[in-house]
Design a protein around this ligand. Structure first.
Ligand code: ADP
Ligand code: MG
Length: 260
């Protein structure tokens, strides 16, 4: 459904310690997201995960290589096609506080994309429906709250409801639970599973935490210094990692979850 083809990304540093040098954040990365799948992208800090996420939502353009969506090259789209693409392929960020505006209510955050995209149905009804979808129930209780009046997990749910408002086909979630308490992480990951199961939305789950990856993803790619070093079904890769690097990531993952 969505894939990167030999994508490379270089950042040219103009100023500072590395002024005049190029940083290669990704080299020849090819990954694909299939319809209705939960794909994992894992790697240590600095391995290029966020750069790849931003290229997949076209916040950054690749230095070379292509992004293909539904069989067409979208690497250089602009204008209305880009606007439509950004409805179909949306991103959820790590910090649910930074992604919400502290001066606006929960209701405002969810209404806004509906208004901007000229939603034709009953907007109030749709807001309630979206809040129920992310289990912020009853909606009437949450609508008038402000971001600082709800918990981190609830803020992430509000952001996810906002993303769902535009009917995305793929959600790219960049470390969406790493700022949340352990007890809340599983709930949010369950929500992503539910979103895939019930609405058929593909999810790209990006993290350095191999434990949570094993809970929800079907397949994974392992990124190291901007290069894909391993890929396969999550079960296979975690049971028989071929790379030392992957083994180290597995060992480094905390395991606070009791498997029953
Ligand atoms: P991750 O999300 O896996 O931690 P990133 O994609 O954020 O990795 O970063 C990959 C590499 O690219 C790092 O070396 C980082 O310093 C560099 N990088 C990322 N964004 C920029 C940028 N806007 N300008 C310069 N270098 C960047
Ligand atoms: Mg990152």
């Amino acid at each position: 459904m969505l894939r990167s083809e030999n994508v490379s990304k270089e950042f040219f540093m103009r100023k500072g310690l590395y002024g005049g040098t190029k940083i290669s954040a990704l080299s020849n990365v090819s990954v694909s997201v299939r319809e209705k799948e939960i794909l994992g992208i894992v790697g240590a800090s600095g391995s290029g995960k966020s750069t790849l996420a931003k290229i997949m939502v076209l916040l950054y353009r690749p230095t070379s290589g292509r992004i293909i969506y539904n069989d067409s090259d979208v690497s250089n789209i602009a204008g209305r096609r880009l606007k439509k693409y950004r409805e179909d392929v949306q991103m959820v960020f790590q910090d649910p506080y930074a992604s919400l505006d502290p001066f606006h209510s929960v209701e405002w955050h969810i209404k806004r994309p509906l208004i901007i995209s000229r939603y034709r149905g009953n907007i109030d009804g749709r807001v309630d429906e979206l809040l129920e979808m992310v289990k912020l129930d009853p909606p009437v209780y949450f609508k008038n709250k402000y971001p600082n009046q709800i918990s981190g997990g609830q803020r992430q749910r509000v952001y996810i409801a906002r993303v769902l408002a535009l009917d995305p086909k793929i959600i790219i979630a960049d470390e969406p639970v790493s700022m949340l308490d352990v007890s809340l992480r599983i709930e949010i990951l369950d929500l992503f599973s539910k979103i895939r199961d019930e609405f058929g939305i593909g999810i790209v789950y990006i993290t350095h935490d191999l434990n949570t990856v094993s809970m929800i993803t079907d397949r994974i790619y392992v990124l190291k210094n901007g290069v894909v070093v391993e890929e396969g079904s999550t079960e296979d890769v975690l049971a028989n990692p071929r790379e030392d690097y992957t083994r180290k990531l597995i060992e480094a993952a905390p395991d606070p979850y009791k498997r029953l």
